[in-house]
Design a binder for this molecule. Structure first.
Ligand code: DAK
Length: 264
């Protein structure tokens, strides 16, 4: 995986897009490497992922404009599908994925960040969908996910005007959850990821699925999805131990060492 690095610290996996010379722009090779990195995550030991970019200037400066400039219609469609398939994989990945946005997140960069569960960013981060200036539409889900995250009016304004926004505005409109200094970005992401990794893994996965699947549907169908996933947590070791400890008043249930990986 030439353009992607992967390391695991305790139960947290860190995937780094490593094409710093081109500001981590997404060409076909990067997309293939990322796809392989997600496929290789050991879901028996890793409980949360962080996605970030190499260097302190750019998370991902978009899809590779050089590569895209010569695409035919058919090739453009194939490139879009490669990206969309990967971004859908990230969005529905069984464990949470946190985007740690360390600079430019433009075009495909903003889109890959939006396919993660949530985003934290450094003060120098900049978000935008500049595609209309390049004569194309956002092609990796930007027209869909931005509106879901920040509302239709704000998404339309950002996309139609191709205007980039800084980290403080991204925070104000709800595109990111937290802004920290560049130095604090990875430590903060790791702290959040470790907190997630301490929780009962089957329950965390069920929450992700319930929120994602429920978001696509009406409230009644969403409640039915929740009921099923709620039920799936019962009879697991974590549920028995967590509730048992609470009832025995033996221990703080939030400090239970969750072990269950069964039923994944
Ligand atoms: N692609 C390729 N190379 C890029 C790049 C990109 N998106 N962004 C930066 N680079 C490269 C630059 O060419 C330069 O390479 P060298 O010249 O050194 O070889 C190097 O990274 C450093 O960039 P700069 O010299 O430009 O650095 P600056 O600090 O001056 O400027 C910048 C940073 C981020 C403001 C600037 O690089 C910039 O404007 N970059 C382009 C940002 C952008 O427009 N991104 C959106 C790309 S469009 C679809 C599928 C996908 C998509 C759409 C449709 N379908 C198939 C339907 C997605 C589209 C996009 O993401």
């Amino acid at each position: 995986m030439g353009f992607v690095k992967y390391e695991v610290q305790d139960a947290v996996g860190i995937i780094t897009i490593d094409r710093e010379k081109a500001l981590n722009a997404l060409n076909s090779e990067v997309l293939d490497d990322l796809n392989a990195a997600f496929d290789n995550v050991d879901l028996d030991t890793v409980r949360c992922l962080i996605l970030t970019g190499a260097g302190d200037k750019s998370f991902v400066a978009g899809a590779d404009i050089g590569e895209m400039s010569t695409l035919t219609k058919a090739e453009g469609e194939a490139f879009g599908k490669k990206g969309n398939d990967l971004f859908l994989k990230i969005e529905s990945f069984p464990i949470p994925v946190i985007a740690a946005v360390n600079g430019f997140a433009l075009g495909g960069g903003c889109e890959i960040a939006m396919s993660c569960d949530f985003r934290i960013c450094s003060e120098n981060a900049m978000f935008g969908q500049p595609e209309v200036g390049l004569g194309i539409t956002p092609g990796f889900g930007g027209t869909q996910r931005l509106a879901r995250l920040v509302g239709m009016g704000m998404a339309k304004q950002m996309i139609y005007t191709a205007r980039n926004i800084k980290s403080d505005e991204a925070l104000r409109i709800g595109l990111v959850n937290q802004v920290v200094s560049s130095e604090e970005l990875l430590p903060t992401a790791k702290k959040i990821a470790s907190t997630i990794a301490m929780q009962a893994p089957i329950a965390v996965r069920a929450c992700k699925k319930a929120i994602n699947d429920g978001y696509q549907t009406d409230i009644n169908s969403g409640a039915a999805i929740e009921e099923k996933l709620f039920g799936s947590c019962f009879e697991t070791e974590d549920q028995r131990e967590g509730m048992g400890n609470f009832l025995k008043k033996k221990d703080d249930p939030t400090k239970v060492k969750h072990v269950a990986f069964q039923n994944k």
